[in-house]
Design a binder for this molecule. Sequence first.
Ligand code: GLU
Length: 465
Amino acid sequence: MTIKTRFAPSPTGYLHVGGARTALFSWLYAKKNGGKFVLRIEDTDLERSTPESVEAILEGMQWLGLHYDEGPIYQTYRVERYQQIIQQLLAQGDAYYCSCSKERLHELREGQKSRQEKPRYDGLCRHTNNDPQQANQVIRFKNPTTGSVVIKDVVKGDITIQNQELDDLILARADGSPTYNLTVVVDDMDMEISHVIRGDDHINNTPRQINILTALKAELPQYAHLPMILGADGARLSKRHGAVSVMQYRDEGFLPEALLNYLVRLGWSSGDQEIFSLNEMVDLFTLEQVNVTASSFNPEKLLWLNHQYIMHDEPEHIAHYLIWHLNAIGIDITAGPNPVDIVLAQRERCKTLVEMAAASRYFYQDFAKYDEKAVKKNFKAGSEIVLQHLLIQFRELEIWNGTDLHQIVLDTAESLELKLGKVAQPLRVAVCGCAVSPAIDATLALLGRDKTLMRIKNAIDYIKN
Ligand code: GLU
């Protein structure tokens, strides 16, 4: 069997964490099995779907690197095909026109509720042979009334639902537009989807979809319903819990691989392993290892993972993303060191690329002000003498390099009989404007001769005044 999975978002918002996890699991399963991964945009709900949302989904998939083998396929382009299938179901007696008014359906529901019955359509129009030409009719599926449906779910095991529990769902609205359950079934069938991997919020739709597929004599896909993701408060993860859009994580300085690694562990595990490269994920992923129970979103762990990737990934790779963030805060990277060197110097102390970009501004731009606290603590009477001493020796240095710069700082401390910190800290504040930076020799080497000398001179003037 050729494995084919799909991610089928409705474009009614951004690509959120839950959607991204569904996409990742579907993508992984296809890759693991040498299969194909399809992106299908379920945009038939014209009122709620927006082009901006389609863009946001495509952008999110692109940033995560979840490339699809087919698609994006837009359902709005397939309306004729849905109509064809609806006609087929009508012709073979598996669907019927229903003219029940809103008022009747409302009364029916209220009556059922008052008797504490499950609200469901009673099938009145099943046998009335309504004239197709009549206005304001919907088309319903003739769900079997006896027997049961078994969902063979790879994650949750077998789930049996009695057909009596299911009513005749609407396949086409009064305006003729097809409904979600119909379009999904037609697409999964036509696209030969072998595995439907999706959130378990769809599990109630599955027996209905199985019945329609069976009426169409289509082969059933394997189903795998993923447990939901909860926020720290135990409620289903939602906008309330803060950053749930994938692109927001990019904006906050996360790496796509860290987010993917985090997402794969939300509901899946392989022993105690926490860090998985994409290749490892593909190698190890199985649907059988997906947890049955819900998992909780833990922002601290995501941050930890991001830091691990920042520290251990190829610096060139990290620099590629850092440049995006430097540009985003208005830094011209041609005005300073190679971002790869910034990554090497800063990666231990920065958990996100936003932090790293902000903490690296002084390498590229002169600062207008010193950090007040840093000045108070480190620019004392006499600090100008230390800086003057350093300036003279730095000026004489022929080749600007970390080892010699370090030696000059050491020698200065020794000859002025000061602790190293009393030399390095005023120097750091002088050249960075703040009291935190990478090791002083690395900082100076990265800053380069011109910026260093000029900033030391400025600091001497500042202290003197
Ligand atoms: N379009 C549906 C959604 O965004 C998913 C449909 C499916 O995976 O079957 O929730």
